[in-house]
Design a protein around this ligand. Sequence first.
Ligand SMILES: [Zn+2]
Length: 141
Amino acid sequence: MIPPICSWILANEQQCAQFALRGRRFCRAHDKLARVEQTNRETRALVGQINASDLRTLILRLLDTLDAVVEHRVSPNRAHLIFQVSFQRLEELLDEAPTAAVPRPEDLDLSSLDAMMRDLNRLYPAESFARQPKTPLTPHQ
Ligand SMILES: [Zn+2]
């Protein structure tokens, strides 16, 4: 029985004339090319997912990736890509919502600070905190 022909369509729109690998759609060269293209599609999809992540999803992905690195379930190259893209996204998220990450002064509860100042004023006479009036330096006589 004649093996099937590679189903890769060449740039001139002709079908590749090589025999396909056993159980595969493509010849050796085009099978390799198809795998590279598949990896590139998956990588673009992954980068797109990370760039659309919110903070919670991003942190969960980073923790999952750390586990995967420890358990050798992810290649170093892929882990590196995930960390790199995730940290860029993390910077974006922190830039987008600075007020969510850092409280504004008017949102701070200063009541405990006020209470501490009242205690200090009770313990020490108010005069001790007052600025001492400057006495003009008088030369020794
Ligand atoms: Zn081919």
